[in-house]
Design a binder for this molecule. Structure first.
Ligand code: GLN
Length: 261
């Protein structure tokens, strides 16, 4: 292969974005420079990227960023790659309180920081706290922050002793151990994906402990697996009411919102 056109006509996975990355050209520039012949250095770089992509490395880890909502986030193999489904949590949270009200919001297991950073950027009046038990993830989240966010290291609520919140949000790990779908996700941190036999170990920890970290009338908002909504509602019924169910933009059950009794 000699020209950009040759590469683009090949069936190499993700060849267009890989070319953009190796040649530092936008997609439009690639198309308008069809006859350009990558030099040896560029070819070496491109071939390396192609190899990594072909052996399964997700494009986001090669590129080092992933778009979420209205922002771009730095991602590394220490962080889950942001999923479009999680944008649903942002829409729900933004609709919950007045933009100008000062409210305390906690993002548990923030990963690359997408939830806290996006909410902070949209609503600078809100006070955001974000936790993760991975120091590497927390470092990335800090680099992604656009506003002042209170980052705390620790597992779930252990990171925020003695604080209470109006809204606790989490996209916790929720995939069942041994689910074959995990084979497709082997480059991502398994601790951000897998949560016990039924996938609900961390959801249980969050729901059981949330009441003591919530202000009066406070809410908990959780992302979950497409087949877990009813079970999670059962768990919530003990301490919560006003339970609302949400589907993602693929019509899969994906989130629940509940208010403390
Ligand atoms: N929604 C992700 C997936 O199915 C999983 C993320 C998670 O477990 N929180 O790929």
């Amino acid at each position: 292969m000699v020209t950009i056109q040759d590469y683009l006509n090949s069936d190499i996975i993700d060849i267009a974005p890989l070319l953009s990355l190796a040649l530092n050209k936008s997609h439009t520039q690639l198309i308008t420079h069809y006859d350009y012949q990558p030099n040896n250095e560029e070819k070496t770089q491109l071939n390396q990227l192609i190899k990594q992509r072909q052996s399964g490395t997700p494009f986001a880890y090669l590129n080092g960023t992933k778009g979420f909502y209205h922002l771009d986030f730095k991602v590394t193999p220490s962080t889950l790659i942001p999923r479009p489904e999680t944008e649903l949590l942002i829409d729900i949270a933004l609709g919950l309180f007045d933009k100008n009200k000062i409210c305390e919001v906690l993002d548990l297991g923030t990963g690359s920081g997408i939830i806290a950073v996006t909410l902070g950027d949209k609503n600078p009046q809100w006070h955001l706290t974000a936790t993760d038990f991975s120091i590497d993830a927390l470092n990335i989240a800090q680099q992604n922050a656009k506003t002042n966010i209170n980052f705390q290291l620790g597992s779930w609520f252990e990171a925020t002793p003695n604080q209470t919140f109006d809204l606790i949000i989490s996209n916790p790990p929720y995939i069942k151990q041994g689910n074959p779908y995990l084979n497709d996700l082997s480059f991502e941190p398994q601790s951000a994906l897998v949560s016990g036999k039924d996938g609900l170990d961390d959801v249980r920890t969050i729901i059981d402990n949330a009441p003591q970290y919530l202000n009066k009338k406070g809410y908990v908002l959780l992302e979950h697996g497409f087949d877990q909504q009813e079970e999670i509602i059962q768990l919530l019924n003990h301490d919560f009411f006003n339970i609302q169910k949400f589907k993602d933009y693929n019509q899969q059950n994906r989130a629940v919102l509940a208010q403390i009794k």
